[in-house]
Write a protein that binds this ligand. Sequence first.
Ligand SMILES: *[C@@H]1O[C@H](CO)[C@@H](O)[C@H](O)[C@H]1NC(C)=O
Ligand SMILES: *[C@@H]1O[C@H](CO)[C@@H](O)[C@H](O)[C@H]1NC(C)=O
Ligand SMILES: *[C@@H]1O[C@H](CO)[C@@H](O)[C@H](O)[C@H]1NC(C)=O
Ligand SMILES: *[C@@H]1O[C@H](CO)[C@@H](O)[C@H](O)[C@H]1NC(C)=O
Ligand SMILES: *[C@@H]1O[C@H](CO)[C@@H](O)[C@H](O)[C@H]1NC(C)=O
Ligand SMILES: *[C@@H]1O[C@H](CO)[C@@H](O)[C@H](O)[C@H]1NC(C)=O
Ligand SMILES: *[C@@H]1O[C@H](CO)[C@@H](O)[C@H](O)[C@H]1NC(C)=O
Ligand SMILES: *[C@@H]1O[C@H](CO)[C@@H](O)[C@H](O)[C@H]1NC(C)=O
Ligand SMILES: *[C@@H]1O[C@H](CO)[C@@H](O)[C@H](O)[C@H]1NC(C)=O
Length: 486
Amino acid sequence: MPPNLRLIIIFFFFFFVLASRARAIGVNWGTMASHPLPPPKVVELLKSNDINKVKLFDADPLVLQALSGSNLGVTIGIPNAMLRSLNSSKKAAESWVHDNVTRYISNGGSGVRIEYVAVGDEPFLQSYGEQFKPFVIGAAINIQTALVRANLDSKVKVVVPCSFDAFLSESNLPSKGHFRAELNKTMIQLLTFLDKHSSPFFVTISPFLSLQQNKNISLDFTLFKETAKAHNDSHRTYKNSFDLSYDTLVAALSTVGFSKMDIVVSQIGWPTDGAANANSSIAETFLKGFMKHLHSKMGTPLRPHNPPVETYIFSLLDEDQRSIATGNFERHWGLFTFDGQAKYHVDFGQGLKTLVNAQNVEYLSSKWCVVNNNIDLSNATASALQACNNADCTALSPGGSCSNISWPGNISYAFNSFYQQHDQSADSCDFGGLGLITTVDPSVGKCRFPVELRTSYSDCLHSNAFVLPLMTFLMAAILVSFPKLM
Ligand SMILES: *[C@@H]1O[C@H](CO)[C@@H](O)[C@H](O)[C@H]1NC(C)=O
Ligand SMILES: *[C@@H]1O[C@H](CO)[C@@H](O)[C@H](O)[C@H]1NC(C)=O
Ligand SMILES: *[C@@H]1O[C@H](CO)[C@@H](O)[C@H](O)[C@H]1NC(C)=O
Ligand SMILES: *[C@@H]1O[C@H](CO)[C@@H](O)[C@H](O)[C@H]1NC(C)=O
Ligand SMILES: *[C@@H]1O[C@H](CO)[C@@H](O)[C@H](O)[C@H]1NC(C)=O
Ligand SMILES: *[C@@H]1O[C@H](CO)[C@@H](O)[C@H](O)[C@H]1NC(C)=O
Ligand SMILES: *[C@@H]1O[C@H](CO)[C@@H](O)[C@H](O)[C@H]1NC(C)=O
Ligand SMILES: *[C@@H]1O[C@H](CO)[C@@H](O)[C@H](O)[C@H]1NC(C)=O
Ligand SMILES: *[C@@H]1O[C@H](CO)[C@@H](O)[C@H](O)[C@H]1NC(C)=O
């Protein structure tokens, strides 16, 4: 082969390898919403935004059906609650693989292109204690064995998503990074397992939580601002919070002998409501800075020119039923609102400068529930607090988008959220006579009072889209049956 042809081939080889690396950006698709956007609409949304990888938290049949034939790379998840039985029973693992992988996996064009099975959802989260940890490795091994038996182990890799708090560095120096002491043994088992099967280490990196918890990290440093004050670790210079966390993990991996382990950032993002610094403009700045950093392929001081092999943004959509144990921002991680509308714009490297909204979204009627100002409101606060137990009042929390609407506007917000979550049923706007249904949008400024999505068939009966044709049909039927009446 002539030397320049060889050079050209090598050039194109690296060009495509690097280009495919740069494109390995996906999203997390969670479904903990009272009125989830229908799965086919979500798949449409992913495709119109040229997103080609998606990570799920379970293996919902409706979601997998919608993903069939889409050619998206899919990670399916095993909920933590299943880990115990999957550890103790090889049979349970075989059934799980049969029911949730074999049945859907693509053979050529149709089916789902399942790339990973995620065993557990951050099972090593510190707040879980020992609840799931003892079962994780056994469950992962049993799922791997079941995949081998189903002859799917060459297509599907087994991974375990690790939480941001699985590793740390007390001094904040990345080079001193290590796993939490009580995880050391489990981590060595996990890494040995992953290494044996050439599977990557899935991990959450959370610059937002680092900012919240670590007073020594500035907002500018978190947002990739050139002007941020750098952090030094002997001769290495850190210019942003992501690199600091990532290298803390790299050091932790090295400490236990896995310095070359591939890393997938399985969750990273920025919330837009429910806390200080959680708004769309900061989220946009963060993601733009992060994307620029990834696309530069610069890597980090401990892994120069070796960025994560894949990255999954957290999250695709807002979810109004997510647990708020760690904070009210938890329901606002979406790039898109609950109804698939872009909150801001960011280029994932697919060349689109703006995000494309979900199309033809079907809502409930334009009706809201507010507090009736004309009556004694002395008991209204108690009613609102009760509504907030079930409904989503996170926008009212300090720093939230509705934190500035004064009383009794905040009561109306709570009433409306409860009313929408109950599909606008009249009795869900009662509140002992304090509620009032209105067709005037009570939103003020940044504080939006949402109208929920139409998700169930029974709702169709209340909608003009169905009633009008029905009325026309009935009228026609009457005219045909009783021509003499005319
Ligand atoms: C996990 O399963 C194995 C095999 O059945 C069993 O020996 C072990 O006790 C299980 N682990 C726990 C923590 O129950
Ligand atoms: C997956 O498989 C298991 C075992 O057969 C089954 O219990 C479960 O309902 C399936 N679906 C999901 C979403 O996990
Ligand atoms: C974890 O394991 C590594 C490698 O065996 C060892 O060097 C390190 O001291 C251990 N750390 C703890 C906290 O046990
Ligand atoms: C805080 O950050 C600065 C750099 O901005 C660094 O010099 C200092 O050592 C850090 N302090 C701690 C306690 O991490
Ligand atoms: C970090 O190191 C750089 C280059 O060695 C130096 O210019 C800078 O002042 C140092 N920053 C801190 C906070 O020590
Ligand atoms: C977002 O938050 C920052 C800092 O709290 C604030 O300066 C900025 O004005 C906010 N932007 C919007 C659009 O609310
Ligand atoms: C407020 O609630 C108390 C206790 O349920 C009730 O006795 C009182 O009549 C209520 N006040 C109004 C104005 O509805
Ligand atoms: C709320 O009002 C205060 C004072 O007017 C203002 O500083 C703050 O930015 C406002 N916050 C929001 C979320 O609108
Ligand atoms: C509404 O605001 C009032 C006055 O600031 C406060 O006492 C009440 O707890 C708030 N209610 C809700 C549901 O946020």
